[in-house]
Write a protein that binds this ligand. Structure first.
Ligand SMILES: NC(=O)c1ccc[n+]([C@@H]2O[C@H](COP(=O)([O-])OP(=O)(O)OC[C@H]3O[C@@H](n4cnc5c(N)ncnc54)[C@H](OP(=O)(O)O)[C@@H]3O)[C@@H](O)[C@H]2O)c1
Length: 300
C-alpha cells in the first residue's frame, strides 16, 4: 500500500509541484484545500491526488487531513491584504504543527523563512510568520526538515517585480543594489522535497537553504535580454522607499524582505541544491523554456 503524504498549500505554486512529484513517486497524496471545486484543485484530482477539504480556522478539519499520514509538506499562505495576516498565518501554522504531533506524522517538511524582525528589526509579515511557526514546530520536537525556499522566478513576471516598459526598454525595479538575489523555479521544489522524504534519516532535524540561481538585478536583466530577444531589459536601480511607494498590499513586506536579503547572507548553495535535484534550472534555462509565458506576462 502507498505511503500517505498530506500537502498543505497543494493548489499553490510550490505545493502543487510537491503534490505532483510525490504522486509520480508513488505516494498517496492528500492535497489540502479550502475549495475542492476550484480549477486548480480539480486538475490535481484528475491527476490522481486525493483532495481534502479543510477550514483553516477549524483544528478538527486540519487533524482529519493528517490522520494516518506518514509524511507532511507544509506551505502556509500570506494574505497581504489582511491587516491581521501575520497572526492568521501563525495560528494556521501552529494548528498544522499540533495536528502533526497528534497524528504522530513521521516526517514534516516545512517551507520556512528566517525572521526579518529578529535579525534587522523591520517586519516582513510573510517571513516573520513562518519563522515563528518554525520555532513552535521545534518546541513540539516534530521530526522536522526546514526548507528555506528563495524568491520564485515566477514572481519576476508579476507586480510589483514585473519589468515595466520605459523608453523602449523593460526596466526591472527590485531594490537589491548590487547584491545577488537567490531564486528558484517552483517546479524544482517538488523533486527536492521528494529527495528529502525518501532519505528521511539524512534530513530530519536539518535546515536546507536551496536555490537555482544567484544573480544581481543587472545580471537578471541581461539574462532576460538574452533569453527574450528582441526585447531589451535593464536594472532600474530602485531604492527600498521607491519600491514601497508602489503602494500594493505586499510592497512594504517585500521591500523589507529585499533589505534583509541585502544585509543577511541566507547561505543558499546552488551546488547543494543540485545534489538534491541535479536538473535544478537556472533563470536562463527557465526563461528559455517558458519564453511564451514570460512574453505574454511582460509584453502583452
Ligand atoms: N513569492 C516568492 O518568491 C516566495 C518565495 C518563497 C516563499 N514564498 C511564500 O509562499 C507563500 C505562498 O505559497 P505559494 O506561492 O506556493 O502559494 P500560492 O500560489 O500563493 O497559493 C496559495 C496556497 O495557499 C492556500 N491558501 C490561500 N489562502 C489561504 C488561507 N487563508 N488559509 C489557508 N490556505 C490558504 C491556497 O489553497 P486553497 O485556495 O486551495 O485553499 C493555495 O494552496 C507565501 O506565504 C510566501 O511567503 C513566496
Amino acid at each position: 500500500m502507498s505511503k500517505v503524504v498530506t500537502v498543505f498549500g497543494a493548489t499553490g505554486f510550490v505545493g502543487s509541484s510537491v503534490a505532483r512529484t510525490l504522486l509520480a513517486a508513488g505516494w498517496h497524496v492528500r492535497a489540502v484545500t479550502r475549495d475542492p471545486n476550484s480549477h486548480k484543485a480539480a486538475a490535481l484530482k484528475k491527476e490522481g491526488v486525493q483532495l481534502v477539504y479543510i477550514d483553516p480556522t477549524d483544528q478538527h478539519s486540519i487533524s482529519d487531513a493528517l490522520r494516518g499520514a506518514q509524511a507532511c509538506f507544509v506551505q502556509t499562505h500570506t494574505d497581504y491584504s489582511d491587516p491581521n495576516s501575520q497572526k492568521a498565518e501563525v495560528t494556521y501554522g501552529k494548528a498544522i504543527a499540533d495536528a502533526c504531533r497528534l497524528a504522530d506524522v513521521g516526517h514534516v517538511v516545512y517551507s520556512t523563512q528566517l525572521s526579518v524582525v529578529k535579525v534587522i528589526g523591520i517586519n516582513a509579515r510573510h517571513m516573520d510568520a513562518k519563522a515563528e511557526v518554525e520555532l513552535y514546530m521545534r518546541d513540539l520536537d516534530l521530526p522536522l526538515t526546514c526548507l528555506i525556499v528563495p524568491f520564485y522566478y515566477e514572481h519576476l513576471l508579476v507586480p510589483p517585480c514585473k519589468p515595466k516598459l520605459k523608453d523602449g526598454c523593460y526596466e526591472i525595479g527590485i531594490p537589491m543594489g548590487y547584491t545577488p538575489l537567490h531564486m528558484i523555479c517552483t517546479e524544482d521544489v517538488g523533486p527536492i522535497v521528494d529527495r528529502i522524504l525518501s532519505n528521511s534519516r539524512a534530513y530530519v532535524h536539518k535546515t536546507l537553504s536551496i536555490c537555482g540561481d544567484k544573480l544581481t538585478i543587472g545580471e537578471i536583466a541581461t539574462t532576460f535580454t538574452n533569453a527574450l530577444r528582441p526585447y531589451i531589459f535593464r536594472d532600474k536601480q530602485v531604492t527600498s522607499q521607491q519600491f514601497r511607494d508602489q503602494g500594493l498590499p505586499l510592497s512594504n513586506d517585500m521591500a523589507n524582505m529585499f533589505e534583509f536579503f541585502c544585509r543577511v547572507d541566507q547561505r543558499a548553495s546552488v551546488d547543494t541544491t543540485r545534489k538534491l535535484h541535479p536538473t535544478t534550472q537556472t533563470l536562463d534555462q527557465w526563461l528559455r523554456t517558458n519564453r511564451d509565458i514570460a512574453l505574454e506576462a511582460i509584453v502583452n
